[in-house]
Ligand binder design. Sequence first.
Ligand code: DAH
Length: 365
Amino acid sequence: MSAPENPVAAIEEGLAALGSQYRDTFDESADEQTLRDAYAKILGKKKGALTRVLALMRHVPGEERAPVGAKVNTFKQEVEKAFEGRLAAIANEQRQADLQARPFDLTLPGRLALGRGHLHPVMQTRDDLLDIFRDLGFSVVPGPEVELEENNFTKLAFPPDHPATDMQDTFWVDTFGPKNEPLGGSVLLRTHTSNTQIRVMSERRPPMAVVSAGAVYRRDDDLTHSPMFHQIEGFLVDENVSMGDLKGVLTAFAEALYGKGIPLRLRPSYFPFVEPGAEVDIGCVFCSEEDGTRESCKVCKQTGWVEVLGCGMIHPEVFESCGIDPERYTGYAFGFGIERIAMLRYGIPSIKLLFDNDPRFLAQF
Ligand code: DAH
């Protein structure tokens, strides 16, 4: 650009011209982006109009520069102030428009349809199983998951260091006294629901018929074992209770679950708190429905039988540890895993699926 005759006058004219321009363009900008564009046209560092005016500065003689510079600064501040003011006004206009638009109804149902939740399949199975026992006359009680060693093992006649204690590898709970001193290992996460036998039999006097369901914990983790799973415990104490009564109740239970005529057998087995003890198998409902050859059945491994629970006649020592006279009373007890029943019921191949909590899996129940 060639040097103007009077650079100071040229700058002042330039500022005046811009001055009448920017107010109008700011006022006309109806939204933030338009306003920002208009602002950039004037004060933008590279292509802004002011930059072009300022290019004349280098022609201004040294002694006149300060007052001209001050004018330019004042001009800049005015433009910025006008910009900020209009920006706030636009935000306000927008807000007023929003408020006056059709009101937002917070009470309307959402547009995204959320499916209704339901109980976890293990909990559904638990409730169905408890219902069966309720119908058979059992009452349902709760029991604690954090338990004393004596209620989980000792009073159930587990001898100290018996391999049965290893069978149920235990999570011990650290406990501390009033001075924060460790108290040692007498508290644990219950390894089975059999602790409820001790608690209930220590409190109630026979006759009693009780079931209890809940979580149990063991250091176990593979395709068929989870460190946390659920069990149901049942027991009945009265005079003259026999193993025949036990088999009768278990048969009624199996038939309620799998239908009339389901085969059931008791196999001798060992649990410290019962004598005699037995394991119960029921006829495999998976393969017997097919061709009868059982050749392809993975559930029963071609045996035709599926193990479902442990049971037996309550050991006299257990009665004694609960203050019940074993000469007068007899009783039976049984216990089983809920997941196992749920897996058999729904044909679920891995216990892990039950605890991954994948909604695509859970939605199928
Ligand atoms: N508590 C045993 C377990 O977790 C299951 C059991 C076996 C319970 C025999 C009983 C019983 O009441 O009589 O392996």
